[in-house]
Design a protein around this ligand. Structure first.
Ligand code: OGA
Ligand code: NI
Length: 345
């Protein structure tokens, strides 16, 4: 049975179902000094990185390093993906979520599966539910795609998302090389660990407006379990927030930029120099918001661990060699814990 759509709850109810009421952040296991109901007033000053300069400019590489050590995130411009194409991806997302429920349910997620259309995997009765409807798909490489979950309505969905996944794979490769260069390491050292059979999982998110925006969260606080996450944000409606120094900061929108987040696996590979940021999504009282997250995940047959060149007497190894599994990751997220804690020595 597919779970109840958040969109329907948003449209039909006079009071907020208990399951969606968010908890205090301490209960998610994240350090936070702000009041649970307060919204961020400060915009994060997330650096904008020009990919066309990263090849030749050492100051742009320095800026990248500083962005990742400070925020774990940056906004990429001149990334090689046309803005008209990004609009097409957004349009596919929008058209899919505008379909009638019966139509979307043709691609429903089964209870014990991670792919398909639906919402949170519910692991316990206490779990607070996210105010979002989603479609999860493995989009890369080709042979791991499970087409039974790929909508063919809108008709161009498969074609556009396939093309986008190839473009994201190149962005991921470019980012991994640049990150290595920013630390004066061999440019392939992260990429070698990422492996040749890494995969990309897509999360298409639809956040309906909510009459009680301060009581719910679109996504609970979490850090991504990926190596690199490429997020295509809504062009107009903000919602993403980052935790830094115990405060939540709003993430500004730059319409044609890609939001790039470092995930837990780069934190491990970089021996903690790069930090995978805790973030969450708040919802808007009037406007819907849509995003497409692409999670680039190293090949799972082998362990990842801190790069040798980064382990010295002054900077000893902080993380074990680990293999990340998606199921394990979600179990941690839903309990409000961070998988990265389990990786520390
Ligand atoms: C995610 C995520 C942010 C957003 O899917 O992990 O952080 O704005 N998404 O949808
Ligand atoms: Ni995330």
């Amino acid at each position: 049975m597919p779970m109840k759509q958040v969109l329907k709850i948003a449209a039909n109810c006079n009071s907020l179902p208990e399951r969606y009421i968010r908890k205090h952040h301490e209960e998610y296991g994240h350090v936070d000094t702000t009041d649970a109901t307060s919204s961020p007033t400060t915009a994060a000053d997330i650096p904008v990185i020009d990919f066309s300069l990263l090849i030749s400019s050492s100051s742009e590489l320095e800026k990248l390093k500083s962005a990742i050590t400070t925020w774990g995130s940056f906004q990429a411009i001149n990334h090689g993906i046309e803005s008209s194409f990004l609009d097409k991806v957004r349009e596919m997302n929008k058209l899919f979520f505008s379909l009638p429920t019966e139509e979307k349910n043709k691609w429903s997620r089964e209870e014990n599966d991670s792919e398909g259309y639906g919402n949170d995997t519910v692991l316990s009765d206490q779990q607070v539910l996210d105010w979002t409807d989603r479609l999860y798909l493995t989009v890369f490489p080709q042979h791991l795609k499970r087409l039974q979950f790929w909508p063919h309505n809108p008709t161009q969905f498969r074609e556009v998302i396939e093309e986008y996944s190839f473009k994201v794979a190149s962005v991921n490769e470019f980012v991994l090389k640049a990150l290595a260069r920013s630390l004066n390491l061999d440019e392939n050292c992260f990429l070698d660990q990422y492996g040749t059979s890494g995969k990309i999982q897509a999360r298409f998110c639809y956040y309906p407006p909510c009459q009680w925006p301060e009581k719910v969260l679109g996504l609970k606080p979490h850090a991504d379990g990926s190596a690199v996450t490429v997020l295509l944000q809504d062009k107009e409606v903000e919602g993403l927030e980052f935790l830094k120094d115990g405060q939540w900061f709003g993430f500004p929108i730059i319409p044609d930029a890609l939001t790039i987040n470092i995930g837990d696996q780069i934190e491990v590979m970089s021996n903690g120099i790069f930090k995978s940021p805790v973030h969450r999504v708040s919802v808007n009282s009037k406007r819907e918001r849509m995003t497409v997250g692409m999670f680039c995940i190293p090949q799972t047959e082998k362990d990842i661990g801190p790069v040798e060149g980064l382990i010295t007497d002054e900077t000893p190894r902080l993380y074990k060699n680990v293999t990340f599994s998606l199921d394990f990751f979600f179990e941690y997220v839903q309990k409000g814990r961070r998988l990265i804690e389990a990786c520390k020595i």
